[in-house]
Design a protein around this ligand. Structure first.
Ligand SMILES: Cc1cc2nc3c(=O)[nH]c(=O)nc-3n(C[C@H](O)[C@H](O)[C@H](O)COP(=O)(O)OP(=O)(O)OC[C@H]3O[C@@H](n4cnc5c(N)ncnc54)[C@H](O)[C@@H]3O)c2cc1C
Length: 413
């Protein structure tokens, strides 16, 4: 089996983290790796992986232990997801969308403020979601993007939810909806439409729309460069009734979560942390003549290749270090420095995953870019990380530059 991405002793992992990450590596080796090429080739959803994840409890990783889940917190989840990412990027990334439905409605909302009655109602509602996940293997997705400025946090979501007796009528469209056609619940963000009022981000609702509800449809094709198994097509909602009890957060809480628990947006990075490690591991195995599926030809004796591997190693260690720090300090109401470190960590993971994969391809040489080998897929998958809103590589730079030079409320006029 592969070595841990984060050695439990060196990184002082908790016993739970050490146990879960070891199990994740075993699961990745046994289940995820052998099937990964198929989802990529077919651009098909890894349904069999989800059946196995359900059977082995992974769908409930962040569901509290008292409710039958594994009870992982933010950091434990990130470490496990990074291990998954080493074996199948598309499974790790879609699983992230699913898990966030439970992480955000679970441990994360426990840190936020709400009235006692609201909290009791929320707990009862989320318990029903959790029971469906653990019992029936329900899969949740997170279609937020709409193709406008909303997913970047700039304006209110164009998808609307209008109150009707017992729930909401949802109308709108979500692009790049990973797991479309395969999730059982679409965990959408929608703006609560209020008569005579302008749309406000404060009125964002986080609702689990049943995939089979009348008015839900999946459109468009899906034939992308990378992350092909995510099946991120377009979702359309036309007068879809969603029961009030289907809310994944109480009204108004998503806005509080996004401002007080910003590390919630770091959850797209673990997959790419895993891909960075996978690209490096592939390169080392290949140069040592130990990559399965290739002749046992050694190429490690060339100084140029040794230097390239050294550069990759430095980049990988730097990325791991800042990412580990960021996931360790994640929590409510972080300092300005903490948030900036999270942006820097996200930027480093997303850009370096692809940089390491690019260098790995160049260093291994032409035979390593064949589709029969994992590096070619890792290279394409790793290109997608920097594009993921709301913390794209560009937006991380934007915010870092501004926050480094301006204190809150400062202007130049
Ligand atoms: C494989 C894959 C899976 C995905 N799965 C999901 C999913 O499950 N759910 C989901 O919600 N989304 C998902 N996305 C979508 C993703 O998060 C982005 O929303 C999508 O890539 C945006 O594409 P766009 O071209 O419309 O971006 P645009 O909005 O056109 O932005 C283009 C670029 O401009 C920059 N930019 C955008 N806004 C600003 C701004 N205000 N200021 C400065 N720069 C800005 C950003 O760097 C951005 O990358 C997925 C994307 C990929 C590639």
């Amino acid at each position: 089996m592969t070595a841990p991405l984060f050695a439990p002793g060196a990184f002082r992992l908790t016993p739970q983290e050490a146990d879960l990450t070891a199990r994740a590596r075993e699961f990745g080796t046994r289940i995820l790796a052998p099937r990964a090429a198929r989802w990529d080739r077919e651009a098909s959803f890894p349904a069999e992986n989800y059946a196995d994840m359900h059977r082995e409890g992974w769908l409930g990783i962040c569901i509290p232990a008292a409710e039958g889940g594994m009870g992982a917190d933010f950091r434990a989840y990130c470490l496990v997801a990074a291990e998954f990412g080493r074996f199948c990027g598309a499974t790790a990334l879609t699983w992230n969308m699913h898990v966030c439905s439970t992480l955000w409605s679970g441990p994360l909302t426990d840190d936020l403020e709400m009235e006692a009655e609201t909290r009791a109602t929320h707990r009862a509602r989320r318990s029903a979601h959790y029971a469906g996940i653990l019992g029936q293997g329900l899969i949740y997705s997170q279609p937020f993007s709409e193709g406008g400025a909303a997913a970047a946090g700039g304006v209110a979501f164009g998808t609307t939810a209008r109150r009707v007796p017992g729930g909401f009528l949802v109308n709108g469209r979500k692009i790049f909806a990973s797991l479309s056609g395969h999730a059982h619940r679409y965990g959408i963000l929608a703006t609560e439409a209020r008569e005579g009022q302008n749309a406000s981000r404060r009125d964002t609702l986080y609702l689990a729309v049943p995939a089979d509800a009348p008015g839900v449809s999946v459109t468009g094709d899906w034939d992308p460069l990378g992350m092909r198994g995510t099946v991120s097509r377009t979702l359309v909602f036309e007068d879809v009734f969603v029961a009030e009890a289907a809310a994944l957060m109480p009204a108004g809480l998503y806005f509080q979560a996004a401002s007080r628990w910003p590390h919630m947006f770091l959850t797209l990075s673990p997959t790419y942390m895993g891909l960075a490690q996978a690209a490096y591991d592939f390169c080392v195995r290949y140069l040592r003549g130990e990559q399965p599926g290739t002749p046992p030809v050694k190429r490690r004796q060339y100084p140029t290749k040794q230097i390239a591997v050294a550069q990759m190693h430095v980049m990988l260690e730097q990325t791991k270090a800042i990412w580990f720090q960021a996931i360790t300090e994640a929590g409510p109401d972080p300092s300005k420095e903490g948030v900036m470190r999270a942006y820097a960590a996200q930027y480093s993971v997303m850009e370096n995953a692809n940089a390491i994969a690019t260098l790995a391809l160049r260093t291994c040489g032409g035979q390593a870019m064949l589709k029969s080998l994992a590096l070619e897929r890792i290279y394409r998958d790793s290109r997608c990380g920097a594009l993921m809103l709301p913390w794209t590589a560009e937006l991380c730079l934007d915010r870092l530059g501004r926050d480094a030079l301006y204190e809150r409320g400062e202007t130049d006029t």
